[in-house]
Design a protein. Structure first.
Length: 311
């Protein structure tokens, strides 16, 4: 990380805060490597709270300069007029990903709005807060496709796709994730949006031990696969993704669709296209969804890959 590059970050934030977003948004995406010297920094607008995240431990000199920048930011008209109630700094590379309050008061539970839907975030306690902002267009696509459909949401996490699907008129959504606490937050998210929970199922199981149950609740008109790159003891993307793809023909209804995702910078779209051709050849690649413009990446294959396939 380059201290001299911080002037670019400062100017970018002043511009962004002069007209703050009305919904949750990424304000600065250094991870896309378009800002030399700032590759390990992101800044998010979480409705009223501003979260600066460091993905790598900086030098003491860089950290001091960043603190000075944030203190200057607090004195500007842009900050004072933007309506923010707190400025937070998260150290994602430190044990437990602690969050420092630079200004204001940390609210651990923060409701945010995306595409008119409400999601509850956890701040200051976990590395991830409950909503991956780069998947905004993916959730919008699901909402637009979901009317009257039975949906299977694998690696559901806090059920963002499920919220979008029910909002779009899905007949039923089955959410599967081995993290029961994340599914519980997903249930909370559905409650926040006043959804009919009789249309939603929550399966707190490990996927590879649950095929029979998942198949019994099908067939599905839309299947969403959005796994982590690695989950110790349960999932390794390069080894295990194929095991999911080869199950799709027995789960998917005629003319059904699959949204298959991968967010490892080292793995490109062809991993999914070739994998699908090999494991489920009757599914045809249709399109790759665009990523939100605020997630610009120097390498188009370096960011999120969300690919649509149809039977």
């Amino acid at each position: 990380m380059d201290i001299n590059a911080l002037t670019q970050l400062e100017q970018h934030l002043l511009n962004a805060l002069s007209t703050p977003p009305s919904e949750v948004r990424r304000l600065f995406h250094g991870r896309g490597r378009c800002w030399q010297g700032l590759e390990q920094i992101t800044v998010d607008w979480l409705q009223d709270q501003v979260l600066v995240s460091l993905f790598k431990e900086p030098s003491p000199e860089f950290l001091a300069a960043l603190h000075a920048l944030l203190q200057r930011l607090l004195t500007t008209p842009q900050w004072q007029q933007c309506g923010a109630t707190s400025l937070l700094l998260q150290y994602r590379d430190r044990d437990g990903s602690p969050t420092e309050v630079i200004w204001g008061e940390l609210r651990e539970y923060q409701d945010v709005i995306e595409n008119g839907l409400t999601y509850k975030l956890d701040l200051g306690r976990k590395q991830n807060n409950g909503l991956f902002l780069d998947m905004r267009y993916g959730r919008k696509w699901v909402q637009e496709q979901a009317a009257g459909k039975r949906v299977l949401n694998l690696f559901a996490y806090t059920c963002g796709f499920s919220i979008a699907a029910i909002a779009g008129g899905a007949e039923h959504v089955v959410n599967l994730d081995m993290a029961k606490a994340a599914l519980s937050r997903g249930r909370d998210n559905h409650h926040l949006n006043k959804h009919d929970l009789s249309k939603v199922s929550f399966l707190g199981h490990e996927l590879f031990k649950s095929w029979g149950k998942v198949r019994k609740m099908g067939a599905y008109d839309l299947i969403i696969i959005d796994p982590p790159s690695f989950q110790k003891g349960s999932f390794a993307l390069t080894k295990d993704y194929a095991k999911i793809l080869r199950r799709l023909p027995e789960l998917l209804a005629e003319n059904g669709q699959v949204l298959a995702c991968v967010n490892d910078p080292s793995i490109d779209s062809q991993f999914l296209i070739h994998g699908m051709a090999q494991e489920a050849p009757d599914l045809q690649f249709i399109e790759r969804l665009e990523n939100p413009p605020e997630f610009k990446d120097i390498d188009p294959e370096g960011g999120l890959k969300a690919l649509v396939f149809r039977r």
